[in-house]
Design a binder for this molecule. Sequence first.
Ligand SMILES: Cc1cc2nc3c(=O)[nH]c(=O)nc-3n(C[C@H](O)[C@H](O)[C@H](O)COP(=O)(O)OP(=O)(O)OC[C@H]3O[C@@H](n4cnc5c(N)ncnc54)[C@H](O)[C@@H]3O)c2cc1C
Length: 581
Amino acid sequence: MKTGGDFLTKQICTEEIFTREKFSPEQEEIAKTVEEFARERIRPNKQKIEKYNKDLSLELLRECGELGLLSVDIPEKYEGLGLDKVTSAIVAETLGFGLCASFSTTMGAHSGIGTLPIVFFGSNSQKEKYLPKLGTAELVSAYCLTEPESGSDALAAKSKAVLSEDGQNYVLNGTKQFITNASWADLFIIFATVTGKFTGFIVERNSAGLSIGPEENKMGIKGSSTCTVYLENVHVPVENVLGAIGQGAAIAFNTLNIGRFKLGAATLGGCKAAIEETLQYASERRQFGQSIRNFDVIKGYFADMSIRTFALDSIIYKTVGLIDDAVSEIDESSATYDSGVAEAIESYAIEASICKVVGSETLWFVADKGLQIYGGYGFIEEYPMASVLRDNRIDRIFEGTNEINRQIISGYFLKKALMEELPIREKIKENGNGLAGTDDHLDVLSKEKRGIEAAKAAVLYVFNETICKYGQDLPNEQQIGSMLSDLFSDIYLVDSVLKRVIQKFATSEVDRNWLAIARVFSAEKFYEISSSCKKIVSSILENKDLENGLRDLNTFDKKMHLTTNVFELKRQIADNLYEKN
Ligand SMILES: Cc1cc2nc3c(=O)[nH]c(=O)nc-3n(C[C@H](O)[C@H](O)[C@H](O)COP(=O)(O)OP(=O)(O)OC[C@H]3O[C@@H](n4cnc5c(N)ncnc54)[C@H](O)[C@@H]3O)c2cc1C
């Protein structure tokens, strides 16, 4: 049976994974529509949007509504398209070609965290009343969780809701801070406690006592709206409670799970658009009598940007594919279908957090390298990379900071290990008797396939040692937990890249460029994995135990460490990128 996090204990070749090569004709068509919209409507308007242009941003949002892009996740019964999560990720990704993170944020907050709580947890009458209008952007929405004194510690929120004497309304008091779309929104999903029970409410803008503070003066995404929302004795009808009293945490966090893989998808589009812009610039810019793209170090940068983007692409679509599989097993006629979808998504919370962390950090890497390739022009606002870098810095902070997401990743793995939901101990024992061989007939990437099994064995070994040492207190060892989280993410990345490439070669000719990407990516990750494993073991073991630990890790290293000429392969990858543009 498939379950979140099982990539750590399963062998690489056992199951097919979803990749963009498997997009259906309908999904390809939607990708084309969104790309056209992003290139023709968003990109040319970027400068105007960035000057904080409410009318233009909302006009473009309504255009998205007309194209159906806001209603991909809204069921058909409520005038939505009711499409799969792969399509949802395609929309988030492809909008990135607009190279305008402000608009992507406006749209993402509206159609994602602002709409999905109603899709998954709303009553039928709430859905009937709000979803059709959210799908067209006749109503714009915002999601209000953060408060001045509670950001990451969201459940410590001080906002309170008290039932009125006549039992008709909840009276809300509190302050919500840093709320995307706040000054443009008609509808607010607001979390507050009712006698200590965390609860979600749907609050309409015209409610007396609801007011909006001034726009924040932000470092980036300046074309989006971010304000404080004040609640002073706001009367919210009891029928606007979202789900049940006390269900707020499940609503808030499940919504964020979805927000996380969608944010990962949005960063993927950002990476591709940033590479495209940078390549165009590098092809035109000449120094020392030649195009700067010909310099070896610049080729290395383009290769690194492309390889990491390929890897991000692989985990995004593998993850949404897993989610869609889980969703397809739910009975559509069941009354709890929509909340069941949220639960199915939660079962891949590990993968969703990995998509968010890897996506935000990959885009940061790509934007930084892109800016460097622009040289001094990169630092000048008329050129695109300065804003790409500033605008995307927020991706590492919202939808749960990357520190919190790393804790989610390692925390879920710890829980799964302690509850024996994943066969971690059995696998370690098995590895002690020698690593399993790979089971498919292809001889391409055979070294890498052995390598990934060895890398998994090394990570499991180290994970087990940390559990033996700290047990349930492991979450307090945050530096180690964070490193473990990166090890799990690296395994997911390499596993997905190799599987994607192997899978493609099973039905088509071996492509030199794909092979090069898979070989460089795995070789570089194996070095990192080996070094991090040794760092952790050296911190938690002593004397003879440490000697034994390092010796055991060295046996895995021998199978992981490859004699790959990564520099030559990177030149080849860059040349291919230049040739195919
Ligand atoms: C432009 C923008 C748009 C936003 N949009 C929205 C929105 O639409 N809706 C909404 O509800 N919120 C929104 N936010 C808020 C955002 O989600 C929070 O800023 C974020 O969750 C972090 O909370 P904080 O700022 O209070 O930082 P804090 O929680 O105070 O964190 C500060 C630092 O401490 C670290 N830290 C905190 N707790 C721990 C821990 N337990 N262990 C280790 N490290 C820890 C964090 O990782 C961070 O590095 C937005 C913020 C911005 C800037």
